[in-house]
Design a protein around this ligand. Structure first.
Ligand code: GLA
Length: 378
């Protein structure tokens, strides 16, 4: 990837720039909790977006995407928003830095990536974090702190891409550390690194390669449901609510909102359970909570789909310790905690059964927990 980027860069823009990269992420547990002030437990992975960047002395940004084979050019003022969606991520990052009083000058860039798109691995956060990190290094003497870099990516999603996401993906992409997962408290933003080493187990992603295009932003609707229940309860976010509180307002909210909030409140405890269990090497508990999360995401939060439910069933049948849909939902992959000796059979069975039913094989990725945003040595 590096050589391809460098070649395109020199052909289009001449003398070399500086290379930066930022990663996609996994999340062991804690889904749809970030925008509810809860806990998440992500890690960066060995799949990245990489960009070569160089100031060009003008007021324009000129970018080429190798994978999409498209070029975009835009100015740095609000009215200069590019029309291509992929370029809006970069434009958004520039604008959000400028809005915060940071500096961005014109630059040339070429980027490429190997974070699978639509798989729930946060390719967009990787793109945002790569550019936020790079522009901080290039124009701001690294004065913007890391949390602000994550928030710049998050605000880009809110203000330029229409997704009211939480902070998890950008946090993981910026703060990721090789061989470590991170437990983030999304209310206080305190975080802790957990060395991640499995003994006799493997963590594997099974990508259904389906992405259900859904109308009227179901992600934003889930968030609105949670905010509505929190408001009814008189708390800032569902982090501050317990199941007993929810029961008290049951009659004044819809069944749907009740279910959404129930899932979120239960998920809060599951993250804490998993962090604890992981430290003790108690994989049975980790796995149990993963299955419970899947069930909650499927039945209460309703962000799963038949293909992901089927992969979850196959995992159960194969004796996989833990399995669940990962990320925002409506497609993408399951994350699976599987004993070494069951791995081959699980993968073979998942491929066979899934392709018999849906006509294509799922894609399998072994999880390698890696570093987040960084400058790439030449
Ligand atoms: C997406 C969002 C995150 C988070 C997850 C669900 O990845 O970008 O902020 O809400 O969904 O946990």
């Amino acid at each position: 990837m590096k050589e391809t980027i460098k070649q395109h860069f020199s052909e289009r823009f001449g003398a070399a720039g500086v290379l930066y990269a930022s990663a996609g992420r996994i999340n062991l547990i804690g889904e749809h909790t970030d925008y509810n002030g809860g806990f998440v437990f992500p890690g960066a992975i060995d799949k990245v977006i990489m960009a070569e960047i160089k100031p060009n002395g003008t007021e324009k940004v000129r970018v080429y995407s190798v994978d999409i084979d498209e070029y975009a050019e835009f100015g740095l003022n609000e009215e200069d928003a590019p029309r291509q969606q992929w370029a809006r991520y970069i434009f958004g990052v520039c604008r959000e830095i400028i809005k915060r009083g940071g500096r961005v000058e014109g630059f040339d860039a070429v980027f490429a990536g190997n974070v699978p798109l639509g798989a729930g691995l946060s390719s967009s956060a990787a793109l945002e974090s790569c550019f936020a990190f790079a522009l901080n290094d290039m124009f701001n003497d690294n004065k913007i702190d890391k949390f602000e870099l994550a928030k710049i990516g998050q605000s880009t999603e809110h203000n330029y891409c229409g997704v009211n996401c939480g902070i998890m993906d950008q946090f993981a992409s910026v703060f990721g550390k090789k061989d470590n997962l991170m437990r983030l408290d999304c209310r206080s933003l305190e975080y802790e690194y957990f060395p991640f080493k499995l003994d006799g187990y493997r963590l594997v992603l099974v990508d259904s390669k389906v992405k259900h295009e859904l109308v009227d932003s179901p992600y934003n609707k889930r968030r609105a449901s949670c905010e509505h229940v929190a408001k009814t309860l008189g708390v800032e976010t569902l982090r501050d609510a317990e199941l007993a509180d929810l029961e008290r307002v049951k009659d004044s909210i819809s069944q749907e909102d009740y279910n959404r909030a129930k899932y979120v409140i239960e998920e809060k405890q599951r993250v804490l359970d998993v962090c604890d269990a992981l430290q003790k090497g108690d994989y049975a508990t980790v796995g149990d909570r993963m299955y419970k999360t899947h069930e909650g995401m499927s039945k209460l939060y309703e962000v799963s789909c038949v293909e992901l439910d089927y992969l979850n069933d196959i995992a159960k049948e194969c004796g996989v310790t833990g399995s669940r849909i990962m990320g925002g939902g409506f497609g993408g992959c399951t994350i699976n905690l599987v004993k070494d000796e069951l791995y081959d059979n699980f993968i073979a069975t998942a491929k066979k059964k899934f392709s018999e039913k849906y006509g294509h094989e799922p894609q399998v990725y072994d999880v390698v927990v890696s570093d987040g945003a960084k400058k790439v040595e030449d």
